[in-house]
Design a protein around this ligand. Structure first.
Ligand code: HEM
Length: 434
C-alpha cells in the first residue's frame, strides 16, 4: 500500500483509454512489473492482478500514477465511495488542449463532457433516467427478430472448412450494424457509422497523445454530429420505431436537449460496439478452451442466460474502470489525495477466490449474478440487456449452424490489444464445420 510518489502528472480519461505501446525489450526481472501494458499483463491480466490482489490489494502504481484496486470487496466499496468522482473529462481536456487546440477539439470535449459515464449525481441521475427507458429489457427484447436477421445474414456469409477470422467477419460487424439500426440509421449510411464508431474509439482510446490525430478525429466527430442532427430533425417531424425517436419523447415533463441527445448517441455508438465485439470473441475462445462446457451449452441451450454472465465474469471486455479522488480521505488504511486516479480492476474482482470458488475454471452453471463485468452501482452498464441478448444470439447461432468449431491457430499465436482499460483479441482465426 506504499505510495512512492504523489499523484498528479497527466490524467487519463476513462471508458476511454490510453493506448500505449507494449514494452520494448522486456527484461527478465524478479521485481513486479508496474507497467500495466507489459506483455504479461496484456496476455494474462488475471495472473498479473492476482499478484497484487494477494500481496498489495490497494496498490500505488508509480508508473501510471494511479491506485490499483483488486479485491472484490474493495472494488465494490471504491465504486460506492462518495469521495471519488466519475467526472474525469476536464483533466483530459486540459492535457489535450496544451497541444491540440481548435474549435472542433473544443466542441468534441463539449460532446464528451455530457457522456453520462463521466457525470456524477444529480446530473448523472437525470441523464440516466431519460436514457434508461430505451434499454429496458422489454424494449430490447422487442428487437430480437431484427437482431436475429442481422446475425443470420452474417452467418450465411461465413466460409466453411477453411480458416476465417471470426472477429473481422462476424463479431465486429454485428454490434456495429445492430446499434446503427437501433438508432435509425438507414442501411445505406451504415458504413459511415462504422467509420465514425472507429474514430470515436481512436479518439477516446489514444488519440490525445498525438495532436494531429486528435484534431482529425475531432473533425470526424463534427461530421458525425451534423449527421446525427439531420437524423434527429427527421425523426422529430416523423417519429419511427428507433432509439432516437424514443429519446426525443418527454419523460415527466423533461427531455434531453439537442446537445445531450447528440452526446448520448455518440456514447451509445461507442459503448455498444467494441465491448460487445470483444465479448463475442472472448466468449467463443473460452468455450473452445473448455470443450466440455461448450458441449453442455450445445445440449442445454436454456442455460444460455447464465452462461453469458459466466463468460463475462471469466474473461469480460472491461479491463479496468477509472475514478478520480475528489477529496482527501482514508480507506483501508491508505491516504487518498484529491486529484489522484483510481483504477478499479474489474477482472481481478471477477477472479477473487474469496467470492468465486475456483475462478480460473469456466463453469457455465455457476450463475455469477454478482460479477463486475458490467461495472457496479450508479454507472452499471446501461446497455447490459442489449449486450447479453446480442452475445446470446451470436454464440447461439454459431453453435446451431456449425456442429464443430476449431481454432485455426495455436493459443500462443493469439494476441490482445495493448490497451489499459479494455481487453480484446486482435483476431480469432477458426475453422467452422457443418
Ligand atoms: C459486453 C458488452 C459490454 C460491457 C462489458 C460493458 C461494460 C460497461 C462497464 C464496465 C460500464 C461501467 C463504466 C464505469 O463504471 O465507469 C459500462 C457503462 C455503460 N455502458 Fe456498457 N458495456 C457493454 C455493452 C454496452 C452496450 C451494448 C451499450 C449500449 C448500446 C452500453 C452502454 C453503456 C452506457 C451508456 C454506460 C454508462 C452508464 C452510466 O454511466 O450510468 N454498454 N459498460
Amino acid at each position: 500500500m506504499l505510495k512512492s510518489e504523489s499523484g498528479g502528472g497527466e490524467i487519463h480519461p476513462h471508458f476511454l483509454f490510453e493506448k500505449l505501446p507494449t514494452r520494448v525489450g522486456a527484461m527478465t526481472t524478479p521485481v513486479f512489473d508496474e507497467n500495466l501494458m507489459c506483455d504479461f499483463a496484456v496476455r494474462d491480466p488475471y495472473g498479473y492482478f492476482a499478484e497484487l490482489r494477494e500481496n498489495d490489494p490497494i496498490h500505488w502504481n508509480p508508473k501510471h500514477k494511479a491506485w490499483i484496486i483488486t479485491r472484490y470487496d474493495d472494488v465494490t466499496a471504491t465504486i460506492k465511495n462518495p469521495h471519488l468522482t466519475a467526472s474525469r473529462i476536464e483533466p483530459f481536456r486540459q492535457a489535450v488542449s496544451k497541444s491540440a487546440n481548435s474549435p472542433e477539439v473544443d466542441e468534441t470535449f463539449g460532446i464528451l463532457a455530457d457522456w453520462m459515464v463521466f457525470l456524477d449525481p444529480p446530473h448523472h441521475t437525470r441523464m440516466r433516467r431519460l436514457v434508461s427507458r430505451v434499454f429496458a429489457p422489454p424494449v430490447v427484447r422487442a428487437r430480437t427478430q431484427a437482431m436475429t436477421e442481422v446475425v443470420d445474414s452474417l452467418i450465411a456469409e461465413l466460409p466453411v472448412g477453411v480458416p476465417v477470422d471470426i472477429m473481422e467477419s462476424f463479431a465486429a460487424p454485428l454490434p456495429a450494424i445492430v446499434i446503427a439500426q437501433m438508432l435509425g440509421v438507414p442501411p445505406i449510411d451504415r458504413h459511415l457509422f462504422k467509420e465514425w464508431s472507429d474514430l470515436i474509439t481512436a479518439l477516446v482510446f489514444g488519440a490525445y497523445d498525438n495532436p494531429d490525430r486528435f484534431r482529425s478525429a475531432a473533425r470526424g466527430m463534427m461530421e458525425l454530429k451534423n449527421y446525427l442532427l439531420e437524423l434527429i430533425n427527421k425523426f422529430e417531424k416523423n417519429p419511427e420505431d428507433n432509439l432516437i425517436s424514443l429519446l426525443l419523447e418527454h419523460e415527466d415533463g423533461d427531455s434531453l436537449s439537442r446537445d445531450e441527445l447528440i452526446s448520448t448517441c455518440t456514447l451509445l455508438l461507442f459503448g455498444g460496439h467494441e465491448t460487445t465485439t470483444n465479448l463475442i470473441t472472448s466468449g467463443l475462445l473460452a468455450l473452445l478452451d473448455f470443450p466440455e462446457q461448450m458441449a453442455d451449452l450445445r445440449a442445454n441451450p436454456d442455460i444460455f442466460p447464465m452462461a453469458v454472465e459466466e463468460l463475462i465474469r471469466f474473461d469480460g471486455p472491461a479491463r479496468a474502470t477509472v475514478r478520480l479522488v475528489k477529496e482527501d480521505h482514508e480507506y483501508g488504511g491508505v491516504k487518498f489525495t484529491a486529484g489522484e486516479r483510481v483504477f478499479i480492476a474489474n477482472p481481478a474482482a471477477n477472479h477473487d477466490p474469496r467470492v468465486f470458488a475456483n475462478p480460473g475454471q469456466l463453469d457455465l452453471r455457476r450463475n455469477p449474478t454478482n460479477h463486475m463485468g458490467f461495472g457496479f452501482g450508479l454507472h452499471f452498464c446501461l446497455g447490459a440487456p442489449l449486450a447479453r441478448l446480442e452475445v446470446e444470439l451470436a454464440l447461439g447461432a454459431l453453435m446451431n449452424k456449425f456442429s464443430r468449431i476449431e481454432m485455426a491457430c495455436t493459443r500462443e499465436e493469439l494476441s490482445w490489444h495493448p490497451t489499459m482499460l479494455s481487453r480484446g483479441l486482435h483476431k480469432l482465426p477458426v475453422i467452422l464445420h457443418h
